[in-house]
Design a protein. Structure first.
Length: 60
């Protein structure tokens, strides 16, 4: 089985990183940037619409 990674980007400082979807909270849960500590919903950190699609498909 291939492991999937979700690309994330902070809406404030633009830090980018990847994380396993199993390590991420639900889309409407507040999430904190590890760099600048801004708090936003998980959905706001998803870098692309494709990342959102992958995230949603794995949550089902």
């Amino acid at each position: 089985m291939t492991e999937t990674w979700i690309n994330l980007s902070c809406p404030r400082c633009n830090k980018t990183w990847s994380d396993s979807p199993t390590d991420l909270p639900d889309l409407d849960t507040e999430f904190t940037c590890p760099e600048c500590e801004v708090v936003a919903t998980m959905a706001e950190f998803l870098k692309t619409s494709r990342d959102l699609e992958i995230y949603k498909s794995l949550a089902d």
